[in-house]
Design a protein around this ligand. Structure first.
Ligand SMILES: Nc1nc2c(ncn2[C@@H]2O[C@H](COP(=O)(O)OP(=O)(O)OP(=O)(O)O)[C@@H](O)[C@H]2O)c(=O)[nH]1
Ligand SMILES: [Mg+2]
Length: 329
């Protein structure tokens, strides 16, 4: 049986209308969902049995959605195996099998980000290639954390672009979070160092450190990033508590190469995938998780602050497959 999630309260403590948010997630994922769901529906429609042709078409569909060869192979093998064992016979049930497999792949075992006001402070370093959405994501996260009652400070670690500091300062004003910055051309590590010291002395809950966009293929730029991390770590052996790579979903398979290179330079603790509203290849989320074994922490499905969402594997897959607003009982 399927049952609607009982999350329709508009007065929930987070002020989040989950039903509305689910609809927004669905519309944000419209491009991926459109091609993927229609493809799946077409695949199984009118079919009497799960045959080789159906499985081949499913394979193509999964690859086309950028889910990645490895996960696709796993899904096809698992389904083939179940068909052979007569555990799966109804073509319609293939959708459910794909759903289960995707949720399992996306459910990485990682600690919750359960940050409480007044508890020990957290330093999150935000990294990624140019233009993926680092600075706007930091602004949106700052807004989210402020709403949760956390005190937030921002570090303008992108000392490369003059406009970058200004962009961050605007967010700082908007969400009432102090911004630590130096003049353009300064040393990124030194800005972040000062900010970590400032958060410690002011007992700030969360420090979000912006960094300049950099190509993962430029060794000197990656070394500079490793230096920022080292400097932070020398000040506080537990910091950075989080190092998030922001990835633009529209870059497709190149996102994998980016993630691997960044992960080598600074050990990542999670990923943030933006611009899922702009691509039919949202399956890259699955490929990334599979490849790196890191949790997706947030996803961006639009430009409004509320379009940055904590990542929930089940909600994501349901929105993708349009099995949504429902959970299995
Ligand atoms: N459609 C869409 N646009 C987004 C999303 N996230 C960020 N953007 C847009 O992406 C553009 C680049 O964002 P920035 O935050 O400046 O990117 P950045 O990574 O800081 O860029 P650099 O500092 O130049 O490396 C902006 O126009 C954002 O509004 C998203 O989830 N969906
Ligand atoms: Mg930026």
């Amino acid at each position: 049986m399927f049952k609607r999630k009982q999350n329709q309260n508009s007065d929930d403590p987070q002020g989040e209308d989950k039903g509305g948010l689910f609809a927004r997630l669905k519309s944000g994922l419209a491009k991926t969902r459109g091609s993927f769901t229609e493809g799946l529906a077409r695949l199984v429609a009118g079919k009497k049995q799960i045959d080789d042709e159906l499985l081949e078409e499913l394979e193509t569909l999964l690859i086309t959605a950028d889910i990645g060869v490895e996960t696709t192979t796993e899904i096809i093998e698992a389904i083939t195996d179940r068909v052979r064992r007569r555990d799966l016979t109804d073509p319609e049930a293939v959708v459910g099998a794909v759903r289960e497999h995707l949720i399992a792949t996306l459910s990485v075992d990682a600690p919750e980000l359960d940050w409480q006001p007044g508890a020990d402070h957290r330093v999150a370093l935000v990294v990624g290639v140019n233009g993926v959405g680092k600075t706007t994501t930091i602004g949106k996260l700052a807004a989210r954390y402020r709403e949760q009652g956390l005190s937030v400070m921002l570090a303008a670690g992108d000392t490369f672009r003059a406009a970058a500091v200004e962009q961050l300062k605007q967010w700082g004003e908007r969400v009432e979070a102090p911004v630590i910055a130096q003049e353009t051309g300064g040393d990124s590590a030194s800005v972040v160092h000062d900010a970590v010291q400032a958060t410690a002395s002011r007992s700030t809950d969360v420090l979000l450190a912006d960094t300049a966009g950099r190509l993962h293929t430029k060794a000197n730029l990656m070394e500079e990033l490793a230096k920022v991390r080292r400097v932070v770590n020398r000040l506080d052996g537990d910091a950075p508590h989080e190092t998030w790579l922001v990835v633009d979903a529209t870059t497709g398979q190149n996102a994998l190469a980016q993630a691997e290179k960044f992960h080598e330079a600074v050990p990542l603790t999670g990923l943030i995938v933006t611009k899922l509203d702009g691509t039919a290849k949202g399956g890259i989320i699955v490929a990334l998780t599979q490849k790196l074994g890191l949790p997706i922490r947030y996803i961006g499905v639009g430009e409004r602050p509320e379009d940055l969402r904590p990542f929930d594997p089940e909600a994501f897959v349901d929105a993708l497959l349009d099995t949504g607003e429902a959970t299995e009982e």
